[in-house]
Design a protein around this ligand. Structure first.
Ligand SMILES: [Zn+2]
Length: 132
């Protein structure tokens, strides 16, 4: 049976988007991202993280570089122009999905907390502006 907390097909995209999101803000490295994702509830080891980073590099979304940290080299990654474009598109899609998931639960008077709808509309407007 699939472990619902570790379904790679389902969460793999979210994890990759998360990596790209952080690579867009700063230079990232494997161990740092493992800790960051753990903070968000993803238990990912180096055996998963490094192939993920390598895969994103192969796609041209990340650029790898070796940096000296103390006496050891560390492989660091930053986002590329293509990675940034992909991130922009996925951000819009996540927003779309987020809206649908939480708007619907509000309609069905589900007790799940939702963001105020006003803020959601503002976000939609802003993202539209950014893509026009
Ligand atoms: Zn994060």
């Amino acid at each position: 049976m699939t472990n619902v907390l570790d379904d790679r097909d389902l969460y793999g995209g979210l994890i990759r988007m998360h990596i790209l999101h952080h690579a867009n803000e700063e230079t990232i490295y494997g161990q740092g991202m493992i800790e960051e994702l753990r903070r968000h509830g993803y238990a990912i080891g180096p055996g998963t993280m490094y192939p993920l980073l390598h895969g994103l590099e192969k796609k041209g979304y990340l650029l790898a570089k070796r940096e000296l940290h103390g006496s050891r080299y560390r492989q660091v990654y930053r986002i590329t122009g293509t990675g940034r474009r992909v991130l922009l598109v996925s951000r819009r899609r996540v927003q779309e999905l987020f809206g649908e998931m939480f708007e619907d639960s509000a309609k069905n008077s589900d007790p799940t907390p939702t963001l105020p709808s006003k803020k959601h509309t503002e976000n939609k407007r802003n993202s539209r502006k950014a893509f026009s």
